[in-house]
Design a protein around this ligand. Sequence first.
Ligand code: FCX
Length: 435
Amino acid sequence: TLSLKERLAELIPKEIENVKATRAAHGKKSFGPVVVDQLYGGMRGLPALIWDGSVLDADEGIRFRGKTIPECQELLPKAPGGSEPLPEGLFWLLVTGEIPTQAQVDALSKEWAARAALPEFVEEILDRCPPTLHPMSQFSLAVTALNHNSAFAKAYQDGIPKKDYWGPTFEDSMDLIAKLPNIAGRIYRNVFGTGKLPAIDATKDYSYNLATLLGFGENPAFVELMRLYITIHSDHEGGNVSAHTGKLVGSALSDPFLAYSAALNGLAGPLHGLANQEVLLWLKKMQSKIGEEPTDQEVKDYIWATLKGGQVVPGYGHAVLRKTDPRYTAQREFALKHLPEDKMFKLVGQIYNLVPDILLEAGKAKNPWPNVDAHSGVLLTHYGMDQMQFYTVLFGVSRAFGVAAQLIWDRALGAPLERPKSYSTAAIQKIFENK
Ligand code: FCX
């Protein structure tokens, strides 16, 4: 079948049985002890969620349905003449666990183009935002407002039975993803005054349309960058702030628009998605202070000054990863292919050679290596998108893929309301009084 929904309908009964069997075999087994420090320590390492689209290994990095980023680059269908994977294919993979055919991917491109238009009142909301309102806040507002036409919210009001929840959740998820380029393009053009938004081209792929709406569609290298960018930012297992927020809010049966706008508000934090903006700000400040081609010593001094000023080095460290993020490596390879002489790319490479030793010497960060955000802004800047306040919006377009795929499965598998247990410090002291 060319239809993702039809394929999903075939897979759901099998997966319900698979989960049943897994729970029957392992449901009462322990993952090991929970220690009190995990409650105070942001729940690091606490096994707490099911997330099927991807699993993150501390050393190896992300695998989407078992496939590494280089494997996805090799196996997923490409655009004619392109060499990066089409994010349509990644979405198919996240939802089904299967590598789609070119025809299946083309059908998704068409379907998303057909669903791309925004309700007029959402366009008006965006047009009324002051350009000083951060693009991420505008993004979240627009996605929240899409709830107006939610198929799930309506079906729930009409009394849809639980086993059918996934159908309207799928419809909303497809609408959500399809409408993001128009939202992103409108915000970009409104805030940075770069002219009127063109129409979606129903014969082209998602990334081409996104690039065109942003005003960069004429540049095939930028379109390829969007394909890579959306593929690698899409999903990073379930515990990160944006993914977990989407899943948590969805568990209250808030529809995918409400769930994803909540996720976006988490992505907008500087320790998470906003780090890509912070990296560029940091690099620009560095360049204005020590020049475009500084010596290693000048860069080292600047990094130390950042740390001594009580700030984090943006783009470095990770709550799970303990090696260089393969999403960083994929972007570095893209840069080596397309912009090896770019001064800021060279600076990013120079920083890569210096930061890890300094973070190790400073002695706090558990992971001194770069994450995805250390590299993305340099690529965008190279092609002329130098408005760093916008960068997290692109991350947000991509992360919808992973969150939506899991929301569909959560509703298909009847995932319950999330409600972990919390304790006060007084309660913890009482529990362990005599132990
Ligand atoms: N620069 C300076 N100090 C750092 C650091 C960095 N890049 N990374 C971690 N540390 C510090 C922490 O601030 C913490 O200090 P504290 O004890 O005084 O509070 C200490 O090292 C231990 O933190 P650690 O356990 O290594 O890291 P966490 O799991 O708590 O946090 C993040 C992980 C990603 C938040 C942290 O490494 C950081 O702040 N990095 C910079 C921001 C960033 O790049 N975020 C993007 C991450 C990601 F890829 C994404 O979500 O997009």
